[in-house]
Ligand binder design. Structure first.
Ligand code: FAD
Ligand code: SIN
Length: 538
């Protein structure tokens, strides 16, 4: 490894500035020096684009126990009841705290003048429980939390810094991260007593995704290379309704499920509704059911998309409740108050990730994980809408408490470091070509509907792309690093899917269309050897 140009030392290193990283940083900024490393600007994250909101039981006819029941039902036998209980109980007080810190959610006043959160409805929830800021909840969360963290003297941000790999000492303990300053091109060593991975999701593994370009699975790939246990990567959620035919900032523009919650219905291009043939909850059926139904209707009719008809909602309600969606569509030439929107499913969320315990600890000492890159056991085989911001908040909070308690290893800044491969990826001809090949393969074989043959083909072709020794390769560019992380994540998804010859929740295999009790358990992968290539167990 080339010597880093500089070393930055803090007590707590946070990789990622979405809701998980920011809440953890906010919580610990009175306990020591916190360094938040983020690969683009501070706001750039999936969090920033969240529309629907954050689920928590506030309605008079609701309770954490009801929220828990809906979450367990969605999880298709794999959501862990004790985790679901923890998260749904912790939700209301933490959401109130988020509001106190400065996040302005939409509210209304009752006849006695008391203020309440306005609550939305989304698929799979049997009560109105989605706390939101109109349809730009994530933007508001980022604004509020960044302001809170930046106001703390012990907290700092390093923007445009790409974490490449975790630093492990000779005892296998995580003592920070090796990173690349993408503006100066310098390599930087960030040393810390505790490291939190909060690097978000993996949507960019697929060509059609609601996720922003930062979602290249770096956190999961780094944790994998460091030997952490990775769980349930086969459970990828496809959001049924992303806008067809328009790329907005490198992602498919999401049409929030809350639009269907307000009454919008799905139709085929000839104007007929179809969801009632697939599920009693029709357009508000669980996401996996809706995504598969749309795919099946598109195939049956030979259409490139279906329609989401929001013209049944009063125009003033659309403009008031969905100002961002309305404006974005209008700018693209579609007035959703007068005409249906063309929509297709898109990769949206990974339920699996770095396996953590109830305090966010991974299997690597000194390394915590929270948010979308972590697998806590909340979602099981399928995620209920708006439960991910909640999970990120609750587990970042628990991880922060754990980080305070951890017996802090002194002298982390001096520990000897085991081999780091971060800057020595094998050269690729063109990262863009590699990414295109991965994406096409994953859409065809690792997407909404899978088959044994398709998964075997994907496994073989991905392994062939993952050739070559890890060193003495050349210094990698950010694009090469991300391409390799995408490849690692794609291989983890396919390897996990091949270990599940059944259909459950988000994993649907046409050759095994039903759940099989023998596979009612998590898929956990781990590796011992730390090399970048041929890294996925066969
Ligand atoms: P993110 O918010 O994605 O943040 C990850 C951070 O890590 C970013 O700052 C990124 O730059 C940084 N990063 C990544 N790799 C590196 C690296 N190598 N080095 C340095 N930094 C790195 N969920 C809900 O509950 N409700 C919703 O309404 C909702 N709507 C959504 C709408 C959209 C369009 C999308 C894409 C997702 C939505 N989700 C929603 C899911 C939810 O937004 C995410 O799961 C959640 O925001 C993830 O938060 P996070 O903090 O884990 O990661
Ligand atoms: C949406 O607004 O439909 C997204 C909500 C989520 O992914 O939880």
């Amino acid at each position: 490894m080339p010597a880093p140009a500089r070393t930055v030392t803090s007590d707590y290193l946070v990789i990622g500035s979405g809701i998980a990283g920011l809440w953890f940083a906010h919580r610990l900024s009175d306990a020591g020096r916190v360094m938040v490393v983020t690969k683009k600007t501070d706001v750039e994250s999936a969090t920033n684009y969240a529309q629907g909101g954050i689920a928590a039981a506030f309605a008079p006819d609701d309770s954490p126990a009801r929220h828990c029941a809906d979450t367990l039902q969605a999880g298709a036998g794999l959501a862990r009841p004790e985790i679901v209980d923890i998260v749904t109980e912790a939700g209301p007080p933490l959401v109130r705290e988020l509001a106190r810190v400065g996040v302005a959610f939409s509210t209304f006043h009752d006849t006695q003048g008391r203020e309440h959160f306005e609550l939305g409805l989304e698929g799979g929830h049997h009560r109105r429980r989605i706390v939101h800021a109109a349809d730009h909840t994530g933007l508001e969360i980022e604004r509020g939390l960044i302001a809170a963290v930046r106001s703390r003297p012990q907290a700092s941000f390093s923007e445009d810094v790409l974490a490449l790999d975790l630093l492990l000492d000779t005892e296998g303990r995580c003592v920070g991260s090796l990173a690349l300053d993408t503006v100066t091109g310098e390599s930087v060593e960030f040393r810390a007593r505790v490291t939190l991975l909060a690097a978000g999701g993996i949507g960019q593994v697929y060509p059609q995704t609601t996720n922003p370009p930062i979602a290249t699975g770096d956190g999961i790939a780094m944790a994998w290379r460091a030997g952490a246990r990775i769980a349930n990567m086969e459970f990828i959620q496809f959001h049924p309704t992303s806008l067809y035919g328009h790329d907005v900032g490198g992602r498919a523009f999401l049409i929030s499920e809350a639009v269907r919650g307000e009454g919008a219905v799905l139709r085929t291009l000839d104007g007929r509704t179809f969801m009632e043939r697939y599920h009693p909850d029709a357009s508000l059926a669980p996401r996996d059911v809706v995504a598969r139904a749309i795919q099946s209707e598109m195939k049956r009719h030979g259409d490139a998309h279906v329609l989401l008809d929001a013209t049944v909602i009063a125009p003033e309600r659309i403009r008031q409740r969905f100002p961002t969606i309305y404006r974005q569509c209008f700018e693209l030439g579609i007035d959703m108050t007068r005409e249906p929107l063309p929509v297709v499913p898109a990769a949206h969320y990974v339920c699996g990730g770095i396996a953590v315990n109830t305090c966010g600890e991974t299997s690597v000492p000194g390394l915590l994980a929270a948010g979308e890159c972590a697998c806590t056991g909340l979602h099981g085989a399928n995620r209920l809408a708006s439960n991910s911001l909640l999970e990120a908040l609750v587990f970042a909070d628990r991880a922060a408490r754990k980080a305070r308690d951890l017996e802090l290893k002194t002298g982390a800044s001096q520990s000897a470091i085991r081999d780091v491969t971060g800057l020595r990826f094998p050269a690729v001809e063109s990262p863009a070509d590699l990414v295109d090949r991965i994406r096409l393969l994953m859409w065809q074989e690792g997407g909404i509907v899978r088959t044994d043959r398709g998964l075997a083909r994907a496994d073989k072709e991905l392994a062939a792309l993952d050739q070559g020794p890890p060193g003495p390769g050349q210094t990698a560019t950010p694009e090469e690093c991300e391409a390799h992380n995408l490849l690692t994540v794609a291989r983890l998804i396919v390897a996990s899917a091949r270990r599940r010859p059944e259909s459950r929740g988000l994993h649907y295999n046409e050759d095994h269309p039903n759940p099989d009790i023998r596979f009612a358990r998590d898929t956990v992968l781990s590796r011992k050897r730390r090399s970048l290539c041929s890294c996925i167990p066969q």
